[in-house]
Design a protein around this ligand. Structure first.
Ligand code: GLA
Length: 439
């Protein structure tokens, strides 16, 4: 009997030790989760929140959870998909995010047809021209040659008028994309006499800087005179960092800005833009793969150089042409945190998630991916970690994605070819029915 009692006592002591250790471990976990200083914990928390939600729904929480329930923030139910299936009614993305950021879409002039414009006006608060505000579409060679002014090229905004008028009539704002870029910029812009001859000499750095300044000045003045209040953000320079030819990462190959002006063309463009930019408008550096560690490193140095030289830069445009699994959610969140730490405003400028899988499963996975990305974006805003002021999708519907190839259609956007909302749309709306983990 006495031996039996002793065993019981020993068992009791063991149980107490186990319980104490478990409580210490739980306390530590909770403490870690509350430490918002590290990337991993932020994502863990966002994903934990989501899995808590799932557990709550199945009612499978264990007894310990039931005994000490963790207070959950009251969450509005988001059964948008169910409502859409029952009534055909869609929410509005611009309404859902009106207190957070502009919800934008990139459109080309051929997209301004009735069904699409109706959808755009009801869903989006921002537009980017897919092409019509690029130098190729704005620079007017014939007029430049007629004017004969080597320092001041002529511009013509007629290609951008469709978007500008639509935006004005519908109370929609616009991102200007893009002033200075190595691509979609005519070679004659850099040659003596605006010549198109293959062996025409390039102008000097001084002449090119004058052309750059006059180009930026005229475009900015045009917007302020004719469409005041429409443009809220300028992509001053696009994609200037690439490759490893230079320690500062500045793009060397196929880059006439680099050849004619030199590696400081980025800083020069921002200096000119700051001189002429309208009130309330922001100046952005825009690039792809901004979650890539090397790119992040170079962008960070670029911004530091500009700040040290007192050159204004307001924000980073994260293009975000992403895949279903790459970048990882952790890398994505890490980049957002890093840019925010630099004091930069963040805009997601060209979001799409490439996929050629249009099966039900494939599109469900796309919905999950969009919801996971928006979980990170919303989480960064909720925690006051980042100022994310705009999120733009690079296209409205799958029929008009740049990812479509002749032999391989792509299905990366929120609306299908018939303009029906896809799971991707509901993922962006943070619909309850979309899981952030693709199951
Ligand atoms: C880059 C550019 C955009 C567009 C896309 C692809 O991201 O910034 O203007 O050309 O490529 O369409």
């Amino acid at each position: 009997m006495r031996l039996h009692d002793a065993k019981k006592k020993l068992l009791f002591i063991c149980l107490c030790i186990c319980l104490t250790l478990t409580l210490i471990a739980c306390g530590k976990k909770q403490g870690d989760a509350n430490n918002t200083g590290t990337v991993n914990n932020d994502v863990t928390q966002a994903i934990t929140d989501a899995s808590n939600e799932a557990t709550d729904k199945t009612g499978e929480g264990d007894d310990a959870t039931k005994a000490e329930p963790t207070p959950e923030p009251v969450k509005e139910s988001k059964a948008y998909m169910q409502k859409y299936q029952e009534t055909g009614e869609l929410p509005s993305l611009k309404e859902i995010y009106k207190d957070r950021f502009y919800v934008g879409v990139a459109l080309a002039n051929i997209d301004y047809i009735e069904d699409k414009t109706k959808l755009v006006a009801s869903q989006f608060s921002s537009i980017t021209c897919e092409n019509e505000m690029k130098p190729d579409f704005i620079l007017d060679r014939a007029q430049s040659v007629r004017n004969g002014d080597e320092l001041c090229p002529a511009i013509n905004m007629r290609n951008a008028e469709v978007a500008l008028k639509f935006a004005k009539e519908n109370g929609i704002k616009m991102r200007f994309h893009t002033l200075v870029w190595h691509a979609q910029t005519p070679k004659w812009f850099f040659t003596e006499g605006y010549s198109t001859s293959p062996d025409a000499p390039y102008v000097t750095r001084e002449v090119m800087l004058a052309r750059m300044e006059n180009y930026i000045r005229q475009v900015m003045e045009y917007m302020d005179t004719n469409y005041p209040g429409i443009i809220y953000a300028w992509d001053v320079v696009n994609e200037a960092i690439a490759g490893s030819e230079r320690p500062d990462g500045i793009r060397v190959n196929d880059n006439l800005w680099y050849d004619v002006v030199g590696p400081d063309y980025v800083e020069m463009a921002f200096s000119f833009a700051a001189k002429y930019v309208g009130e309330g408008q922001k100046l952005f550096y825009n690039d792809y793969g901004t979650y890539d560690k090397t790119k992040l490193f170079h962008v960070r140095n670029l911004v530091e150089r500009m700040k040290a030289a007192n050159i204004r830069i307001d924000g980073i445009g994260m293009q975000d042409h992403v895949g279903l699994t790459s970048p990882s959610i952790l890398d994505y969140q890490y980049a957002i945190n890093k840019y925010a730490e630099m004091g930069l405003e963040i805009q997601v400028t060209e979001l799409d998630v490439g996929t050629s899988d249009n099966s039900e499963e494939g599109q469900k996975a796309l919905g999950s991916r969009y919801k996971a990305l928006f979980t990170i974006i919303n989480d960064a805003i909720d925690r006051g970690k980042a100022n994310i002021s705009s999120v733009t999708f690079w296209g409205l519907s799958d029929d008009r994605s740049w990812l479509n190839k002749a032999d391989q259609p792509s299905y990366p956007l929120l609306f299908d070819r018939d303009l029906n909302p896809k799971p991707a749309y509901f993922g962006v709306a943070m619909d309850d029915s979309i899981s952030i983990v693709n199951k």
